[in-house]
Ligand binder design. Structure first.
Ligand SMILES: [Zn+2]
Length: 401
């Protein structure tokens, strides 16, 4: 009676294969930038059925430009914006303070953190605005970006390269950038042509997502996170410019194919800083790199963690973290928010060294042991296994007059 036995082996083998494919999917990520696509105008386009691709994702409001009046404040322009998105940190760390292609990102990039964790996996950065790949030139020369393509303002070149990579390559982390909404915005402002540019880019995103669908059919073991987002909003009322700290320029969006955690879905209604109609209660651009790295399974190294954002999937870390040096320079005040306290630990690290262990009943801490320290201090708070950091640039102690 060999027949049933062979059938059983074949069946159990196929079960084992199926189980492996569904139990341990290979997580991959596709991050797509849409330069200068303003949130309100996108919503108008969605209402008019002109942006069905983005409408098919889960759309949430977010902010850029850092926090006005602090060391994270950065102009609402492309260089600082994309660098924040691709590093999880603000200008006080990445140092890309303007659209200057001579500037080089100084923070550990999304690509670098991923490649250090998984050297054999593949990354790509395919951009319409070439300056992005200039800001990350060191990542390219050091091999953290395996495939770097500059499309020189030709968005269809982005579609072609990304689709080709998805269908024939082995990408694990792919960043794509489209420029047309920003180009049309600068030329004509909020006009039917601007809405047309949103529609055109949305259709190009649709082409890329179709290529991704074909890939997923051929690679059922893969599970892709898809995020679409802009770098900045636009100045009202014309919509031609951007760069300043206004609500419309600071407001951005995050569109994702996965369901986000509370940090994305439940903005804080009474944020510590109530400016810009509560905009700081929403997720920010700094949350993108932590989200992608969490999805890709990169375990945070607490001794060198420096990202200002929180993952938008999985457990939620402390929110609304601020770190302020008091005027006498003798101490730094940390404050944060958590949900209903349950006694879970909150661990505090200073420059990678643990300095305190509290519980989530506490929402502030005073570090008065900083007199001997020189230069910036990096604080990291870990809650629910999720770290988040802030940089404090120490000012010299002011002498009493
Ligand atoms: Zn622009």
């Amino acid at each position: 009676m060999d027949y049933p036995r062979i059938t059983w082996i074949a069946l159990s083998m196929s079960l084992a294969f199926t189980a492996q494919a569904s139990d341990t999917p290979v997580h991959k990520a596709l991050l797509i930038g849409v330069d200068g696509m303003q949130y309100q105008m996108l919503q108008t386009a969605i209402q008019q059925n002109m942006a069905p691709t983005i409408a098919s994702l889960k759309l949430h409001k977010s902010y850029t430009g850092g926090v006005l009046g602090t060391s994270t404040e950065q102009p609402t322009v492309s260089g600082p914006g994309w660098t924040t998105i691709l590093t999880g940190s603000w200008v006080d760390r990445h140092q890309v303070s303007a659209n200057d292609e001579a500037l080089r990102n100084q923070a550990p990039s999304l690509f670098k953190q991923f490649k250090l964790a998984f050297p054999d996996r593949k990354t790509a950065s395919i951009v319409s605005w070439n300056v992005i790949n200039a800001h990350f030139a060191e990542d390219i020369t050091q091999g953290y970006i395996d495939l770097a393509v500059k499309c020189s303002g030709v968005d269809p070149c982005v579609v072609d390269n990304v689709s080709h990579e998805l269908e024939t390559g082995q990408p694990d982390l792919l960043f794509a950038h489209f420029d047309e909404p920003d180009i049309t915005g600068h030329r004509l402002g909020f006009t039917p042509e601007y809405q047309q540019a949103i529609q055109t880019v949305d259709a190009q995103l649709g082409q890329i997502l179709l290529a991704l669908q074909r890939r997923e059919k051929a690679h059922p073991e893969e599970d892709w996170l898809v995020i679409v987002l802009p770098d900045h909003g636009r100045h009202l009322p014309e919509g031609k410019d951007h760069g300043q700290q206004t609500l419309s320029e600071k407001t951005t969006f995050i569109a994702m194919n996965k369901t986000g955690n509370a940090h994305l879905r439940a903005p804080i209604v009474n944020p510590s800083n109530p400016d810009f109609k509560g905009l700081y209660g929403f997720a920010s651009q700094a949350d993108i790199s932590p989200t992608v790295l969490a999805w890709l399974g990169v375990k945070p190294d607490l001794t060198r963690y420096t990202m200002d954002g929180l993952p938008l999937i999985g457990p939620v870390g402390v929110r609304q973290l601020t770190a302020q040096q008091l005027p006498d320079r003798a101490q730094v005040n940390l404050s944060w928010r958590t949900e209903t306290p349950t006694g879970k630990p909150v661990q505090i690290y200073r420059d990678g060294q643990p300095i305190a262990r509290l519980t989530d009943h506490e929402h502030s801490y005073v570090d008065n042991d900083i007199q001997a320290l020189k230069g910036p201090i990096n604080y990291t708070l870990v809650f629910n296994g999720v770290p988040v950091s802030r940089l404090v640039t120490l000012h010299e102690q002011t002498s009493t007059p």
